[in-house]
Design a protein around this ligand. Structure first.
Ligand SMILES: *Cc1c(COP(=O)(O)O)cnc(C)c1O
Length: 247
C-alpha cells in the first residue's frame, strides 16, 4: 500500500470503525433470531492484504481475533501487530513445511484437512511443548481444487487425530461454494450444522465441537441463522481488497 496521508488514514479508520459497529449489530440480530445471544458469536476479522496499521485500528475498535490465509503474510506483519488483546489465527491452506513457523504464535489453525498436516502440527507442538487448537475444514460443496475433507471422511480423520496429544480439535470450518441465492448457500450451512451436531455427541479427550466457523462478508447472517457461532468477515470490515500492482 502506498503511504497514506493523515486525512486518508483518518477516513479509513472511521470507515473500519463504522463497519465493525454495523457488522456486530447485524451478527447480533441474527444470533437473537436464531435463539442465541450476540455474545455467543465470535467474530474473526480476516486481514489478508490489510496493512498492520489498519489491523491495529480494528483491534483497538474491539476485534479480538484476526485471521490470515498465508503464513508468510502473517509473519511479515506479526511484529507490527498489537496483539495484547487480540489473537492471530491461520485460516488458509497450510503446507506442512510452514507449520514450524507458526506453532506457539497462533491461537488456532482453522484449516486442518489431512492427517499428515495434523501429525506435523502435533510433532512440532510436542517438541515445543505447545498444544494447538484446530478446526477441521470440511469441503461441504465437494468442490475440486478446494481445501477441506469430504464430509464422510470426518470420522476417520478425527480418529487419526484422537491420539495426537499436541492437537486439540475445537470444531469445524467450511467455505461453501459460491451460490446464486441465499437459500442455496443456506443449504450448505445447514448441512454443516448437521455434521457439527452429529459429531458433538461423540467427543473425546482432545476433540470437542465448540466452534462452527462459517460465514464470510456476503453471507455471515445466513451462516449464523443456520447455526454458525464463529464468522470470518474480511471485506465487510476493511473494504475491497487492494492487491499490490504487479510491476
Ligand atoms: C478471504 C477469506 C475470508 C473473508 O472473505 P470476505 O469475503 O472478504 O469476507 C473468510 N475465510 C477465508 C478462509 C478466507 O480466505
Amino acid at each position: 500500500m502506498e503511504r497514506l496521508s493523515n486525512d486518508e488514514r483518518n477516513e479509513i479508520f472511521r470507515r473500519v470503525e463504522e463497519n465493525i459497529r454495523v457488522l456486530k449489530e447485524k451478527a447480533g440480530e441474527a444470533a437473537v433470531r436464531s435463539g442465541r445471544r450476540p455474545e455467543d458469536i465470535t467474530i474473526l476479522a480476516v486481514t489478508k492484504t490489510v496493512p498492520a496499521e489498519i489491523i491495529n485500528h480494528a483491534i483497538h475498535c474491539g476485534m479480538t481475533h484476526i485471521g490470515e490465509n498465508r503464513v508468510q503474510e502473517l509473519l511479515e506483519k506479526y511484529g507490527q501487530l498489537d496483539l495484547s488483546g487480540c489473537k492471530a489465527q491461520i485460516i488458509g491452506t497450510l503446507q506442512t513445511n510452514k507449520v514450524r513457523k507458526i506453532i506457539g504464535l497462533v491461537e488456532m489453525i482453522q484449516s486442518v484437512d489431512s492427517g499428515r498436516l495434523a501429525a506435523e502440527i502435533n510433532r512440532v507442538g510436542e517438541q515445543k511443548g505447545v498444544v494447538t487448537d484446530c478446526l477441521v475444514e470440511v469441503n461441504i460443496g465437494r468442490e475440486e481444487n478446494k481445501g477441506g475433507i469430504a464430509p464422510e471422511a470426518l470420522d476417520e480423520l478425527l480418529g487419526e487425530i484422537a491420539p495426537m496429544k499436541a492437537v486439540r480439535v475445537r470444531g469445524l470450518m467450511a467455505i461453501p461454494p459460491i451460490c446464486e441465492t441465499a437459500s442455496q448457500v443456506r443449504r450448505y450451512f445447514s448441512q454443516m450444522t448437521q455434521l457439527f451436531l452429529d459429531r458433538k455427541g461423540k467427543t473425546s479427550d482432545n476433540i470437542s465441537m465448540d466452534f462452527l466457523s462459517m460465514g464470510m462478508s456476503a453471507d455471515y447472517e445466513e451462516a449464523i441463522l443456520e447455526g454458525a457461532n464463529y464468522i470470518r468477515p474480511g471485506t465487510a470490515l476493511f473494504g475491497h481488497r487492494t492487491y499490490p500492482k504487479l510491476r
